[in-house]
Design a protein around this ligand. Structure first.
Ligand SMILES: Cc1cc2nc3c(=O)[nH]c(=O)nc-3n(C[C@H](O)[C@H](O)[C@H](O)COP(=O)(O)OP(=O)(O)OC[C@H]3O[C@@H](n4cnc5c(N)ncnc54)[C@H](O)[C@@H]3O)c2cc1C
Length: 281
């Protein structure tokens, strides 16, 4: 059965009544299906107007679940979103970016999902709607493991919400793959940096993906960066213990050792790229 509701309520009712799988852009859904015929109901949410668009409110920016990567790239967003925009430009090619949605990337819960590190660094939360109402969950509590999320059986992700308090921070996204384009990440890093008037780090956020079952923030590194003189260089402050949350694995794309080494290099590059030209050592 193929259903294409036009409202969130219809979609929730359909999920609660007959279950089924949610389809947004389909760019993860169909490749995962492979040659198998589709069993059970498919709930296509792409016609639900309320899931589209980006709203800038006084305290937060709300990204509708069906916002595509192309729409993220085209949106007028503050500097803290530059890392998310850069990640958007790296998701597949234009065709994928025109169809693939931010929420689909999060709900698919791949350890290599490029959208996750920039959104973790933005302190994003996800808004989930179901029969019992709407709940808000920090992104780091939503993705539980590879292909595992906290989404309930009758729930739909309706939006991603980002607080505006750090929106003027500079941000960068750096992705390493086996080639430049159309590639699954070996390591990717999102860094956000705010400096005070003396050129010292006032706030730092660093998130790394493809180096653990779920992308994660490096909180010890972030704490070590606060107060540092940016002009003296920041990459030198990255210590091996700051990388302890990372648990890379050996796979067809890279060894764990290579990933760890690459992560350290990429974090340094991302942090330095966040600095204004005048600050460089
Ligand atoms: C050629 C190619 C290249 C790619 N390159 C990259 C890349 O470089 N980086 C990267 O990160 N990804 C990449 N992808 C993966 C994919 O494009 C992205 O993850 C995309 O954002 C998925 O969004 P979608 O709307 O297509 O999700 P769909 O395929 O429609 O759905 C994905 C999963 O999320 C669920 N879902 C979707 N929306 C919701 C919702 N609102 N609420 C609840 N559940 C939902 C679906 O049920 C499904 O399980 C690539 C895919 C292809 C085919």
């Amino acid at each position: 059965m193929y259903l294409r509701p036009t409202t969130i309520d219809e979609a929730i009712d359909a999920l609660a009544n007959q279950g089924g799988r949610i389809l947004a852009g389909g760019t993860d859904f169909f490749p995962a299906q492979g040659e198998q015929p589709i069993a059970g109901a498919v709930l296509d949410i792409s016609a639900i107007g309320a899931l589209k668009g980006i709203a800038i409110g006084p305290d937060e920016i709300r990204i509708g679940a069906c916002t595509t990567w192309s729409e993220i790239v085209a949106a007028d967003l503050p500097p803290a979103f530059d890392a998310l925009k850069a990640a958007a430009r790296d998701v597949g090619g234009w065709q994928i970016q025109n169809l693939g949605t931010v929420a689909g990337n999060l709900c698919n819960a791949s350890p290599a999902a490029d959208g996750v590190p920039p959104l973790l660094a933005l302190d994003a939360a996800v808004e989930l709607a179901g029969r019992a109402g709407t709940r808000l969950l920090p992104l780091d509590q939503f993705i539980l493991g590879p292909r595992r999320t906290a989404l309930g059986p009758d729930e739909i992700m309706v939006a991603i919400r980002v607080p505006r308090r750090f929106e003027q921070a500079r941000s960068r996204f750096v992705k390493l793959g086996a080639r430049r384009y159309l590639v699954i990440s070996i390591v990717m890093v999102a860094a956000h940096l705010a400096l005070d008037e003396h050129g010292r780090v006032a706030d730092a956020r660093v998130a790394v993906g493809s180096c653990s079952a779920v992308a994660c923030r490096l909180r010890a590194l972030e704490a070590a960066l606060v107060g540092a003189d940016a002009g003296a260089g920041l990459a030198r402050l990255i210590l091996p213990e700051h990388l302890h949350p990372l648990r890379p694995i050996d796979d067809v794309r890279a060894t764990a050792l290579y990933r760890l080494d690459a992560a350290r290099t990429l974090i340094g590059r991302a942090l330095e790229a966040c600095l204004p030209e005048t600050t460089h050592a």
